[in-house]
Write a protein that binds this ligand. Structure first.
Ligand SMILES: Cc1ncc(COP(=O)(O)O)c(C=O)c1O
Length: 374
């Protein structure tokens, strides 16, 4: 958010900013959603809805999971939330008590750590490096002094874009089920993957193995609808009553207008448009994977999915925050320093988002080349 602010200031003073720091698509919601929303605003009451979301949307989400992963899901398994962020707050509150140990990967999405800490949980960060594709493994859980109350995994992950191979996710889900640990599987980047011929780049869902886990989804990433604030989770039935009470007290319901719009996000027309975005991300990704090494930035996490390249820039700086500020000042290119994602090693890493226009990626690489004197 600091980078965002600095980039906005630079845009105001210089008008030349290229944002490669944002964790969001640069495109609006798909056209069927935009068309439908006009009708919804005129024809629907748009008052409070059922706390867990309107039935028609929960049916569509259930069908989406059935079609994509082949497992059984009923609308009753689905809880629609205010973004996946809303799902995380609710499930953390419902499932954990202050003092509970919850395990996350480092590097990782900082909101897990921050929200769990705010709720009084003991957050244990697993040091996940290139040997395990920056992802937790069963071996790491085995090495803990005792099974934790919860484990949060994300595949594809933010900031690394790396994925957990299906067999490893299944093993994690089995281990958690056997040890009374709640597995929370953040699957919000599903749909944005590359090189799908490799088995470790295939998305699988935790519910393929264990219905005792929680699967988190969102309209923010593949569906290009960040600001509509809609996400969902698939939850084991025993957690539903607590979630129902919490959600009805905390938010009453997810935004009605977005729920009605979301009914049009899952069809073939939307998919054709959204798959087009993924093809653009793939082109952008390739540009970075080829262009960054020519700048001497060679230590890159395998960019299996999402829209990030995570790079070790230890040969350039020991202060990624200052380095990103300097790059912004001299080139107008906004990058995200690793410090937020990794409190230990983030001072020498950077996250580069390629969710923007291909011309922006090309221009950014050219400006960085100029800056580095290449
Ligand atoms: C891994 C991950 N999970 C969750 C979120 C939250 O997304 P939202 O609340 O928009 O669904 C993000 C946002 O960047 C993310 O990167």
């Amino acid at each position: 958010m600091d980078v965002w602010k600095a980039a906005a200031e630079r845009a105001r003073t210089h008008g030349d900013v290229l944002i490669l720091a944002a964790g969001q698509p640069s495109t609006p919601a798909p056209r069927p959603v935009l068309r439908a929303i006009k009708t919804a605003v005129e024809s629907e009451l748009l008052g409070y809805t059922e706390t867990f979301g309107i039935l028609a949307l929960r049916e569509l989400i259930a069908e989406h999971h059935r079609e994509k992963y082949g497992y059984r899901v009923d609308p009753d398994d689905v809880v629609v939330t205010t973004g996946s962020s809303g799902a995380f707050s609710l499930i953390f509150l419902a499932a954990f008590d202050p003092g509970d140990t919850v395990v996350v990967a480092r590097p990782g999405y900082p909101a897990y750590r921050n929200s769990l800490t705010a709720l009084g949980c003991r957050v244990v960060e697993l040091d996940c490096g290139p040997q395990t594709r920056f992802q937790p493994t069963v071996g790491m859980l085995e090495a803990l002094p005792q099974p934790p109350a919860g484990v949060v995994v994300a595949s594809p992950a933010n900031p690394t874009g790396t994925m957990i191979a299906p067999a490893e996710l299944a093993a994690l889900a089995r281990w958690c089920a056997q040890h009374g640990t709640l597995l929370i599987s953040d699957e919000i980047y599903h749909g944005i993957t590359y090189d799908n011929s490799r088995t470790d780049s295939t998305t699988s869902s935790a519910w393929e193995t264990s219905r005792e886990s929680v699967v988190i989804g969102s309209l923010s990433k593949y569906f290009s609808m960040t600001g509509w604030r809609l996400g969902w989770m698939l939850v084991p039935s025993e957690l539903r009553p607590a979630l129902q009470r919490l959600a009805s007290n905390l938010t009453v319901c997810p935004p009605a207008v977005s729920q009605h719009a979301a009914l049009h996000a899952f069809g073939a027309e939307a998919a054709a448009e959204l798959d087009g975005h993924v093809r653009r991300y793939a082109v952008n990704r390739q540009l970075l994977l080829e262009g960054l090494p020519t700048l001497g930035i060679t230590d890159l996490a395998p960019a299996d999915g999402a829209f990030y390249v995570y790079a070790d820039i230890g040969h350039l700086t020991d202060d990624s925050r200052a380095w990103c500020a300097d790059v912004l000042e001299h080139t107008g290119v906004a990058l995200a320093p690793g410090v937020d994602f990794d409190t230990v090693d983030g001072h020498h890493t950077v996250r580069i988002s390629f969710a923007g226009a291909t011309s922006d990626i090309e221009a950014a690489l050219s400006r960085l080349g100029h800056h580095f004197g290449i």
